[in-house]
Design a protein around this ligand. Structure first.
Ligand SMILES: Cc1cc2nc3c(=O)[nH]c(=O)nc-3n(C[C@H](O)[C@H](O)[C@H](O)COP(=O)(O)OP(=O)(O)OC[C@H]3O[C@@H](n4cnc5c(N)ncnc54)[C@H](O)[C@@H]3O)c2cc1C
Ligand code: FES
Length: 261
């Protein structure tokens, strides 16, 4: 698979909610090679601090060569990304890793929690580029508050998805866990794709296993290189082997994942 180092140019940097940003970059080579579920490693500044690039999922990709990143400010790297202005450059390496594998037919369900929603926009968009029956893409979104979800939920609806939301504080949709929303759909689904906090993905994987529905999960790990070179992102799988999240993932078959570690 092609990987590029590309000096992307900032088109816009929007603040969507407290600490939540969407960065639009011109990165035509990465955009042309990208597949949903893959990620980029972004250099967050022009000095040696922070030294390491930071991994971010490809949130949206356009045919005109732009990519979008949706990110939460966590520490120094993401703080620097949130300060970028139109016209500035950002060095990226990507697209990296193994993304989602879409089934030949649906309906499919995308379950996103918090910032784990980021890669699911690109996935829904790719799925809906083919003519599909109504409700071929069910999207279940969870977050702490409605403020983090409203815009994203509207965008999934505009794409043609059937969208349901859950919030911790009850300010939008179901008052509770996003995994509570999945059971009514299990009888008809062909596949589930999920990204979010590990306990949420473990719950989704458990429901899919009981219903014998294939499930893919996008995992996070601390990544120093993102290229399979440093071995810092290794996780054990169910067969007693080690998998590198950056190279063998970040998307894994949920059955391969050891959830209770
Ligand atoms: C494949 C992959 C895709 C990702 N996609 C996205 C994405 O699309 N959007 C997004 O916002 N983030 C995403 N992340 C997480 C993102 O890489 C981290 O939030 C980012 O590297 C933090 O960098 P920083 O310099 O801001 O914080 P750091 O200074 O590196 O970390 C600050 C503190 O936060 C802790 N920390 C770091 N990452 C996380 C985390 N994810 N959750 C909780 N605590 C953390 C650190 O241990 C440290 O204590 C992804 C991670 C991976 C592996
Ligand atoms: S981050 Fe270096 S091997 Fe995965």
């Amino acid at each position: 698979m092609a990987e590029y180092q590309e000096n992307s140019i900032v088109e816009s940097n929007e603040r969507l909610a407290e600490g939540l940003y969407r960065l639009t970059l011109q990165a035509p080579r990465i955009a042309a090679a990208a597949h949903p579920g893959q990620f980029i490693m972004a250099a967050c500044g022009h000095s040696l601090d922070p030294l390491l690039r930071r991994p971010l999922s490809l949130h949206q990709v356009t045919a005109s060569g732009t990519i979008r990143l949706l990110f939460k400010v966590i520490g120094r790297g993401t703080q620097l990304l949130s300060e970028l202005q139109r016209g500035q450059s950002v060095s990226l390496i990507g697209p990296l890793g193994r993304g989602f594998r879409l089934p030949p037919a649906g309906p499919i369900c995308l379950v996103g929690g918090g910032i784990g929603i980021a890669p699911l926009s690109f996935l829904a968009n790719t799925w809906l580029q083919q003519p599909r029956p109504v409700d071929s893409c069910v999207v279940l979104l969870g977050a702490r508050t409605g403020a983090e979800l409203r815009l994203l939920a509207t965008e999934f609806k505009d794409l043609g998805c059937q969208v349901h939301t859950a919030t911790d504080d009850g300010s939008l949709g179901h008052h509770g866990l996003v995994s509570d929303l999945l059971p009514p759909f299990l009888a008809t689904l062909k596949k589930v794709h999920t990204c979010g906090p590990k306990p949420m993905m473990a719950a989704i994987a458990g429901l899919c296993r009981e219903a014998a529905i294939p499930c893919e999960t996008s995992l996070e790990a601390h990544m120093a290189c993102g290229l399979g070179a440093c071995l810092g992102c290794a996780i054990p799988d169910r067969n007693g082997h080690y998998q590198h999240v950056c190279k063998h993932g970040p998307v894994f078959n949920a059955e391969e994942v050891v959830w209770n570690r």
